[in-house]
Write a protein that binds this ligand. Structure first.
Ligand code: CA
Length: 234
């Protein structure tokens, strides 16, 4: 039997944590729960879950800080931020700190489970992807799909899974322009995207900061104004 995927819930409101846990278990996931930010960070590092659902307003350590520290420690676990506020600023901040996705409270369990599934499926796919030799992507960048290692001028670059997948998707179709909606469907696996396309912009910005010599004047991931993004040919 396939091993169950484990989701870590970091949420201080016990009633919300409970209902999420019940729904996850009904969908066949194992779950872990932490009720504050410090405990959440410790559990994430100790148990290496397959996905983290991370509330923003938490005692001891804010969700944003939990996410930032996980990324500092090199964790690439998919993180979905649960934000109580509609504010664009909060969503963007979470994404800039390395979250993969966010969902605004109150959310339906159906929507949350769809997001969990999309993010975990994405991870599973990337781990069983085709193994090929390292590919030179230009600008001193190399991508090695065998070990998911990206190097810039021979120095390893730490990417989150989503950043890695966005990069490899664009780099494997150089010159082809993809709209943000295309990228949401192809890289994020979302059928319905609504206004979430901002996520693509923030992820592109994060990726540029990591792989471009001059992120303000990118040479690898380019913008086709009013259309979308594409990877420069060599
Ligand atoms: Ca809270």
């Amino acid at each position: 039997m396939e091993e169950k995927k484990t989701v870590l819930i970091v949420e201080d409101e016990k009633s919300i944590a409970d209902i999420i846990r019940i729904n996850l278990e009904r969908e066949g996931y194992a779950s872990l729960t932490a009720y504050d930010g410090e405990a959440g960070l410790a559990m994430a590092l100790e148990h290496n879950p397959d996905l983290i659902l991370l509330d923003v307003m938490l005692p001891k350590l804010l969700g944003f800080d939990v996410c930032a520290r996980l990324r500092e420690k090199g964790s690439s676990v998919p993180v979905i931020i649960l934000t109580a506020r509609e504010e664009e600023e909060d969503k963007v901040r979470g994404l800039e700190l390395g979250a993969d996705d966010y969902i605004t409270k109150p959310f339906s369990m159906r929507e949350l489970m769809a997001r969990v599934k999309a993010n975990i499926r994405r991870t599973a796919m990337s781990q069983s992807g085709p193994a090929e030799g390292a590919m030179a992507a230009g600008g001193g960048l190399t991508i090695n799909p065998e070990n998911y290692q990206v190097c810039k001028h021979d120095k390893p670059v730490d990417l989150t899974q989503r950043e890695y997948e966005l990069l490899t998707f664009l780099a494997s179709h150089p010159g082809k322009v993809y709209s943000r909606i295309d990228l949401m469907e192809q890289v994020w696996n979302y059928g319905y995207v609504g206004d979430d396309v901002r996520t693509v912009d923030v992820t592109v910005r994060r990726l540029r900061e990591k792989i471009e010599d001059d992120p303000a004047n990118p040479a690898l991931i380019l913008t086709r104004r009013g259309v979308g993004y594409y990877f420069a040919g060599q």
